[in-house]
Design a protein around this ligand. Structure first.
Ligand code: SF4
Length: 655
């Protein structure tokens, strides 16, 4: 009997139309837990690094996490893994909603797609019955619309459907996978799904998930729920509103956007509008948001309600959460009403709401600079909003200049030439970032930006405060009930951290402290992504209900695996190194590990080199960021050391 997980994956060969239910090795669960950890193991073992993202040999893996579908609050993430067309590295993106628990109830931990279908298809997984079905009638349909059409066709109103829109079908690098109340948007995974000829995966499951020690597990889940209630009633004081609570930033709840509109950048991540927010705008935006927001909604088994159903008159409804309410608005120098309207279209097309607006703002900046010309924009309306709608259409259809832009700013700039690369100024590892530009280098954020394998800062940061508290009273108040720290030393760092002077950024936290802080934050993200627990209840917010002290108990009670804090930290290190190894095989080295050049005005090259050196040494990597043989062997990853030797990445005999 397997506990927590089902012990079976669905292996689907789209080229042959072959479907197989494959039993998995329980030893891999002990080594990697599940979710991202076992996805990475499969990718390392089965996909050669030379494989192109749009090759039939590339895999697209949809995974539940080890705790997915159990009563653990927020254990609902679908972890989707492949080789990214955007970064040419391992791409992994996640979505909440309801899909992963449904897959587990159907009796599977993962769906592994290989090959390519010559015709557009969708998959229908209904417990033991699995079919590949024709989807030619769904070609060109919206990602949200498709979900409803499939539910009707199957006469299964409770089926959970993950679908791509036109952008995915056309292999736009920013294509997302949309699913009811969530989406997996980053790193071009929707493009790989489109390349495989899969429009959607529908799932309905009615089986049980077995738990090793159910009573104990439920008791632990109740403690988590109690703590969520406590935190909701006790927001963290002395930090900005969106950092006070749990969940994904509660952007659908809050209407005050002074902080984002005055601190994030407008246009192509260029202009800061310091006095933008005023009473009149506040009133207007509040009216807009409350007018279109039908109700706040949660993912499966979570009380947090981070998302909202949005209904703009004349348009079909869609779901929104987090910062995407502002990305189109600010890229186009427009207002919130425009943001909500164009996001509806973009969601149906199935595109990443972070990258896509930036790509469009980049294109119009290139036109202003004379690098792109009128001929590139033939037929484009002259009004600001019309321009953005027009270009969005061209991008998702890959028409004209849209075909170039569909590959993101990094690749588009290379193709356009004539100095365009200077305008693609907001990328890490070829991937577009949040339009945020700051003053003084923050050493912790430098490391997270530079070294994160997700190439996406919002999914790396977390439990450590983003900035020092102004007074000692505030610091003492913060640390007094900080039960989540893995070590008391983190409290002292917060107590000593000043806004100015010797103990302030960039030299404080010190290099070693910064490495420790980043390691803790990474650890929690890697554990969440293996367990399938939403970062919004664990690695992302301050003082979350899940942490390194209660996770081992939850894992043990759910799965029967004997887990303690040291063992869990070892699994994290193993998964961290495994993913690093996949990317090292794909060519990732120190030179790739850098934030956008203009992310901070004040840079400290010597300090930055020291930070990277210390981080690599701490991880057991060489000065290029390559794990050493010794550290790999200590993590039961000796087979990676051998692979590195065979490929000449590390030399024979070198340790
Ligand atoms: S915290 Fe928010 S995003 Fe996370 S599972 Fe709950 S509702 Fe979904």
């Amino acid at each position: 009997m397997r506990y927590g997980e089902t012990g079976y994956n669905l292996e689907i060969d789209l080229s042959r139309g072959n479907i197989e239910r494959a039993e998995t090795d329980p030893r891999l669960t002990e080594l990697h837990l599940g979710g991202l950890g076992t996805n990475a193991k499969i990718l390392f073992d089965r996909v050669k690094p030379e494989t192109e993202p749009f090759s039939p040999e590339n895999l697209l893996i949809f995974s539940t996490g080890l705790l997915g579908g159990t009563p653990a609050p927020g254990a609902n993430r679908t972890i989707i893994t492949t080789y990214s067309p955007q970064t040419l590295l391992m791409g992994y993106s996640m979505m909440g909603g309801f899909w992963a628990p449904e897959l587990k109830y159907a009796g599977y931990d993962k769906v592994i797609l290989r090959g390519k279908s010559s015709d557009l298809v969708y998959l229908w997984i209904h417990n033991d019955k699995v079919e590949i079905r024709d989807a030619s009638h769904l070609a060109g349909k919206g990602a949200v619309e498709t979900q409803e059409l499939i539910r009707k066709e199957l006469k299964e109103p409770n089926a959970q459907v993950a679908a791509i829109g036109l952008a995915g079908e056309n292999k736009v690098y920013t294509a997302s996978i949309e699913q009811g109340r969530s989406s997996a948007s980053r790193l071009g995974i929707g493009a790989v799904m489109g390349d495989k000829g899969v429009k959607a995966i529908a799932v309905r499951g009615t089986k049980d998930v077995n738990l090793a020690r159910p009573a104990e597990f439920l008791e632990l889940c109740n403690e988590v729920l109690k703590y969520i209630k406590y935190r909701n009633e006790n927001p963290v004081p002395n930090v900005m509103t969106i950092l006070q609570g749990l969940g994904s930033p509660q952007e659908m709840l809050h209407v005050d956007e002074k902080w984002h509109t005055e601190n994030f950048m407008w246009g192509n991540a260029r202009t800061r509008r310091k006095d933008y927010w005023n009473k009149e705008i506040e009133e207007k935006w509040k009216e807009t948001q409350l007018g279109v927001r039908k109700r706040l909604i949660s993912c499966y088994n979570c009380p947090m309600k981070c998302g909202a159903i949005i209904s703009v008159p004349g348009l079909s409804t869609y779901m929104m959460k987090c910062f995407s309410k502002l990305t189109y608005t600010m890229a186009a120098y427009s207002d919130l009403d425009f943001g909500f309207r164009i996001a509806q279209k973009a969601t149906e097309y199935g595109v990443d709401g972070f990258s896509t607006p930036q790509i469009m703002a980049f294109a119009f900046e290139l036109k202003e600079a004379g690098i792109l010309t009128d001929a590139d924009f033939e037929g484009c309306p002259s009004d600001n909003e019309g321009k953005f709608y027009w270009l969005l259409d061209r991008i998702v259809r890959r028409e004209g200049i849209g075909d170039v832009l569909a590959n993101g700013t990094y690749w588009a700039a290379k193709e356009i030439g004539k100095g365009a690369e200077g305008y693609a100024h907001n990328n890490i590892k070829k991937h577009e970032q949040l339009p945020l530009k700051l003053g003084m280098l923050n050493p912790v954020y430098f490391l997270m930006y530079a070294t994160g394998e997700k190439a996406n800062i919002t999914q790396i940061e977390g439990q450590f405060p983003q900035a020092p508290f102004a007074t000692m009273e505030e610091r003492e108040e913060f640390v007094k009930d900080w039960i989540q720290v893995p070590d008391e030393k983190f409290k002292q760092i917060v107590l000593d951290w000043e806004m100015r002077g010797e103990r302030s950024n960039p030299y404080y936290p010190t290099v070693d402290m910064s490495v420790d802080i980043v390691d803790w934050q990474e650890m929690m993200h890697y554990i969440d992504d293996a367990l399938g627990v939403c970062a919004g209840l664990s690695s992302f917010p301050l003082k979350p209900p899940y942490h390194i002290h209660n996770y081992p108990k939850l894992i043990s009670a759910a799965t029967g695996i004997d887990m303690d804090e040291a063992g869990l930290a070892q699994v994290y290190r193993r998964n961290r190194n495994l993913i690093r190894a996949i990317n090292v095989r794909k060519g990732l080295r120190r030179a790739d590990e850098k934030p956008p050049e203009d992310h901070w005005k004040k840079r400290f090259p010597e300090l930055e080199e020291k930070l990277l050196d210390a981080y690599y040494a701490f991880k057991g990597w060489d000065n290029q960021g390559v794990p050493t043989k010794k550290s790999l062997r200590q993590l039961d990853l000796g087979y990676i050391a051998e692979d590195f030797e065979q490929r000449g990445i590390i030399k024979n005999g070198q340790d």
